[in-house]
Design a protein around this ligand. Structure first.
Ligand code: GLA
Length: 388
């Protein structure tokens, strides 16, 4: 089992050596897809709304090369497991971890791109099930690899859509485009503000260090999964509300009070209120970041968390405790990030404060009998591409 703390140089060497053992040749290259933090804009993507993620240094890396036979050969360094599937035998719904790789090759085929066989050796240091897009990181790394190996000229947003097709239709998780767009399109030192309807995006600088801030990311170690029912249930509730209101998506609500007055179900009203207010907060966060007023992100993060906790009801005890403790310990603002029901929180802190804040959260977790959290400070990193 590969230790998650293995240095990236060692990881790269191991990928090359393992690839050579499996394929009898050096890989044609190494490609990566990053994990992401969503700064704000949660559960808005599948409502045609706005999101504002940034990519992480933590990434999935694949050593890849073409093969002469008809096989897709996949190996995970972390799990030390090998899976082989004939290209003609790719079938949605199959294969645990390997589904994220095979699904991309299938999605490329489905989208009419001429891809052939490949050996793909994978290693990732994106924590699994922590709300940091470990699955999109793999998918986007594989899209990047296959595009280069088979000279496919596919625009970045279309690459993200192919990765999402793999997630939705091969793996079977009914997610929006946030994670794959972030992992593919993000740029260093920037957030990526995306209109999930028009698919127009703007890169907005996030000079946190320059302004005296750092972003703490703390994994509560309460794992989640999007293949299970809660995510799908939220999504369905939004679609039903849009149908009752006679609009294509909740993005189209212009008068929240009027919309709420036309819905009878209390739970549905809460879901709608989250989506509409979260869209406004995300737009505002974009404007705040664009104007270089990063401190003004803090109240938006706080309000987003309250909305996820009270209206969308996707937080859990550990996550709420982490957010409350972060604030009490001096974070300027904090919220859960990602799909919810566990996973990570982010906290905007003054430079140098993140470690102490995380320690206080760890103490609060110990006192409450929760698992020991893990943390790091995040710097916005580039989107998927060739590593070597
Ligand atoms: C998961 C999904 C995304 C998005 C978020 C919630 O990360 O993959 O599409 O819906 O949850 O914002």
């Amino acid at each position: 089992m590969l230790d998650p703390s293995t240095s990236s140089g060692k990881r790269t060497d191991l990928l090359r050596v393992t690839y050579a053992e499996m394929a009898g040749a050096q890989p044609e290259g190494l490609w990566f897809g990053p994990g992401r933090v969503n700064l704000i804009g949660e559960h808005t993507d599948y409502n045609d709304g706005f999101v504002l993620p940034f990519a992480l240094e933590k990434k999935a890396v694949v050593a890849a090369g073409r093969r002469e036979d008809d096989l897709l050969v996949m190996y995970s360094l972390e799990l030390q497991e090998r899976v082989e599937i004939p290209l003609s035998g790719l079938a949605p719904g199959t294969g645990g971890w390997s589904g994220y790789l095979a699904g991309v090759v299938w999605a490329l085929q489905m989208s009419g791109h001429p891809v052939g066989s490949a050996t793909l050796v994978l290693s990732s240091d994106v924590p699994l099930g922590a709300g940091l897009s470990s699955s999109a990181a793999i998918e986007c790394a594989v899209v990047a690899a296959m595009c280069d190996l088979y000279h496919l000229d596919i625009e970045p947003m279309d690459r993200a859509k192919i990765a999402r097709l793999a997630e939705n239709s091969y793996v079977g998780a009914p997610t929006g485009l946030l994670d794959q767009a972030a992992s593919t399109l993000c740029q260093e030192d920037s957030g990526f503000f995306l209109d999930c309807r028009s698919l127009e995006g703007v890169h907005v600088p996030l000079p946190m260090a320059e302004q005296g801030f750092e972003m703490l990311v703390l994994d509560t170690k309460t794992p989640h999964s999007h293949v299970d029912g809660e995510y799908g249930a939220r999504r369905q509730s939004c679609e039903e509300a849009a149908a009752i209101l006679g609009i294509p998506a909740l993005r189209d609500i212009t008068d929240l009070d009027d919309a709420l007055s036309r819905l009878e179900d209390d739970v549905m009203r809460k879901r709608v209120r989250h989506v509409v207010t979260e869209n406004s907060r995300t737009l505002e966060a974009y404007e705040v970041a664009r104007d270089g007023r990063l401190a003004d992100l803090a109240p938006l993060l706080d309000a987003s968390h309250a909305s996820m906790r009270d209206d969308y009801e996707i937080t859990v005890d550990t996550v709420d405790l982490a957010v409350d403790t972060a604030r009490g310990a001096g974070a300027l603002g904090a919220r859960m990030t990602g799909g919810g029901f566990g996973g990570c929180i982010i906290a905007l802190c003054h430079t140098g404060d993140g470690e102490g804040i995380a320690q206080q959260i760890a103490e609060a977790f110990a006192a409450a009998g929760h698992r020991t959290p893990e943390w790091f400070t995040a710097t916005p990193a580039p989107g998927a591409g060739r590593l070597a």
